[in-house]
Design a binder for this molecule. Structure first.
Ligand code: GLN
Length: 459
């Protein structure tokens, strides 16, 4: 990552990033550009450097912030109408840590409203376009962040991953994207989706940049009781004779031939480098998607109950009494996908259906956790596709929620198990559409996992 030094200046870097952001305006990447503040902050950093004062590890580095991170700069809307006009009084811990090191937020990025989605088409502000093919989706929900990095507007961007929202758009746009071990980065000040799977992570161009960002952003936070004490590494930090697991259950016709070819290419290159390939049977993973789409909506329904038109953002003006105010605000303020999840969530939690759905899904989740534990007795990491297919055409799945959910079949198992996963760019199709693969490690192996990603870099 370029750090502001004597050769360039923070102001120059920030102005360039802002200029590029405007050049690519028709991609609909940003919901807000932080022009005034960003330039002011850059000047302060340049003055510090001129005075010979210490500056942070990200001094003057422009970055893009997913619109579900709270900070007083611009409105935090999570790309949802119901949060329109909400200016946060607090700053997310992750944002504070990045900015303490001198990073400068140049804009907030578009996303599926409340992070519900796999394409960034379910945003109140309209879809973001794919960086390599404007007729295709950016992926989601962190689509804006992925495209901002892929088009070279910023060096890095933040994301959240509840069921794939970092890894899938990273793959669709050909950049690195990490979902860390659950609890590695504080979620204080980030709009909650599903609290038992939400993770914060990053998009960047190299594994080294991801590692630096993790060192900065991770750590225990008294404001988030789920945070782990450190940016953990419990596995050996070696890139010699590593055992890579391949999931047999994923190797079938439902996976796009280009993705399967990319996987075979990487497997062969790993073998040439002296690593061992181990075949894994993980039969429970096929139930992950069903369990996810019960557990996650249940948590969504609870987390979204706070948006009532009284406390935050938008309020419907039509209402005559309080009940109508709640009803109208929520009817007008949520996207159809948000409402679908609220309905499913309340259904699976309702007294008559709790045992049949939520409890059963929770049991499946335990089996998935155990399946990963067993798999990592046989190998150090797992390499798999991120999605069954590369970026699809805009509009192709918007009227078919189940087809959209099927996108997540290979990403959600990690969230249910809490294990880390890194998307690694894996070339392009003949038509120039980006391909990616996912490297998965045991809980708290993040640092080793990122270091191993170098072995998989495109030659
Ligand atoms: N696409 C998944 C979903 O819609 C994941 C979303 C996310 O990770 N925020 O639930």
């Amino acid at each position: 990552m370029k750090i502001a030094d004597k050769k360039t200046s923070a102001e120059k870097m920030v102005r360039e990033a802002l200029m590029k952001a405007k050049q690519y305006a028709d991609y609909n990447i940003f919901t807000f550009l932080n022009e005034e503040n960003a330039i002011k902050k850059a000047r302060e950093i340049d003055e510090k450097i001129a005075r010979g004062e210490e500056v942070g590890r990200l001094a003057g580095v422009p970055y893009a912030l997913k619109d579900n991170f709270l900070s007083p700069e611009g409105q935090t809307t999570a790309s949802a109408h119901i949060l329109e006009g909400f200016v946060s009084p607090v700053t997310a811990t992750a944002v504070k840590k990045l900015e303490d090191e001198g990073a400068i937020m140049i804009g907030r990025t578009n996303m599926d409203a409340f992070a519900h989605g796999s394409s960034t088409e379910s945003s109140y502000y309209g879809p973001t376009l794919n960086a390599h093919d404007r007729e295709r989706v950016a992926g989601g929900s962190s689509g804006g962040s992925a495209v901002a990095v892929a088009l070279g507007i910023v060096e890095f961007a933040t994301g959240t991953d509840t069921g794939g929202s970092i890894r899938q758009p990273a793959s669709f746009n050909g950049v690195y994207g990490l979902k860390p071990t659950y609890g590695t980065i504080s979620r204080y000040g980030v709009v909650a989706m599903a609290s038992s799977t939400d993770c914060i992570g990053f998009f960047a161009n190299t594994p080294e940049d991801i590692n630096l960002l993790m060192e900065i952003a991770s750590g225990q936070d008294p404001k988030d009781m789920t945070t782990l004490p450190d940016y953990y590494n419990t596995t050996k930090l070696t890139n010699k004779n590593v055992k890579i697991g391949i999931i047999k259950d994923f190797d079938n016709e439902s996976v796009d031939p280009d993705i399967r070819k990319a996987l075979t290419r990487k497997i062969n290159s790993l073998k040439t480098k002296g690593h061992e390939i181990v075949e894994l049977e993980m039969p429970t993973l096929k139930y992950a998607l069903a369990a996810y789409y019960i557990i996650v909506p249940a948590e969504i329904a609870s987390n979204l109950s706070r948006y009532d038109g009284v406390r935050y953002g938008f309020r419907s003006e039509k209402s005559e009494d309080l009940d109508a105010l709640y009803k109208n605000t929520r009817s007008e303020g949520f996207m159809p996908e948000n409402k679908r999840r609220i309905m499913i969530g309340n259904f699976v939690l309702s007294s008559g259906f709790y045992d049949a759905y939520f409890l059963k899904a929770a049991k499946v989740r335990t089996l998935i956790v155990q399946e990963y534990e067993k798999a990592f007795e046989k190998c150090d990491y797992i390499l798999s596709p991120v999605t069954p297919s590369p970026a699809f055409k805009l509009g192709a799945k918007t009227n078919d929620p189940v087809a959209m959910y099927l996108e997540d079949a290979m990403t959600v198992p990690l969230n249910l198990a809490g294990v880390p996963g890194l998307t690694i760019p894996a070339g392009k199709t003949e038509d120039g559409i980006a391909l990616g693969l996912q490297l998965v490690g045991p809980r708290r192996s993040d640092k080793a996992l990122i270091a191993f990603a170098k072995e998989l870099q495109d030659e």
